[in-house]
Design a protein around this ligand. Structure first.
Ligand code: SF4
Length: 221
């Protein structure tokens, strides 16, 4: 069931911005997630979200809140999408709130870090490229396995890994400052290296290559 709600606040301050992504402020436009990953830790009681997979709340005033909260920031620090829900859950096709929020991030000239499992991110590639040209944009794809059949079991409603690899390749080919990060669970590794290389090896992105290096070393142990 979809619930439209009015949030009081949107940005969550990260007291310890990570050295990898530098995210200072997180935002989640949707509460709950339709992708249904069996390992998702956001179902944990500490997040206080009942029926995480089936009851999705849409913060319909998210754009208004984002503008107001960014206006109040003294420094332009990285905005992170996708900490407790995927910013590209299927209903984003209808609401387009992530797209509008990216427009706001672009207009306010803040850096961006976005984590997703969805190739719907390609719809917004032009906005992301603009943010990247202004300062910095990081698009990260979670990949738990390269096997589409296995993914249908462990991530039943998320776009397939092959679609994510394809999206990663398209973003890489755009040849701007974007970079793509694969968060892999090596125990589910299945032809991961081969597919990762096929889609990413032409990317001119230092971080992308660094990630390949890290996972290569890890997987070779
Ligand atoms: S996409 Fe992320 S937030 Fe959504 S169910 Fe999967 S792990 Fe959880």
């Amino acid at each position: 069931m979809i619930h439209e709600i009015e949030a009081k606040k949107l940005l969550i301050t990260n007291p310890h911005p990570s050295s990898w992504f530098g995210v200072k402020y997180y935002l989640n436009i949707y509460r709950g997630c339709m992708h249904g990953c069996i390992y998702c830790d956001t179902r944990s009681e500490c997040y206080n979200i009942d029926n995480f997979d089936t009851d999705i709340s849409v913060k319909t005033n998210a754009i208004e809140l984002l503008k107001k909260e960014l206006l109040a920031k003294r420094f332009r620090e990285t905005i992170g999408f996708g900490s407790a829900s995927d910013p590209y859950v299927p209903i984003e096709k209808k609401y387009e709130l992530t797209k509008q929020a990216l427009e706001v991030v672009k207009d306010f000239r803040f850096p961006l870090s976005l984590l997703t499992k969805s190739n719907l991110v390609l719809r917004d590639a032009d906005i992301i490229s603009e943010i990247s040209k202004q300062n910095y944009a990081c698009i990260a794809f979670t990949i738990t396995t390269a096997d589409d059949e296995l993914a249908k079991i462990i991530e039943p409603h998320a776009p397939l890994p092959s679609q994510r690899f394809q999206a990663m390749g398209i973003l890489s080919a755009a040849r701007n400052k974007n970079w793509c990060f694969n968060n892999a669970y090596p125990t589910l590794y299945n032809g991961y290296r081969r597919k990762y290389y096929r889609y990413c090896k032409t990317g001119p992105f230092t971080w992308c290559k660094l990630c390949i290096f890290i996972f290569w070393r890890y997987l070779k142990r």
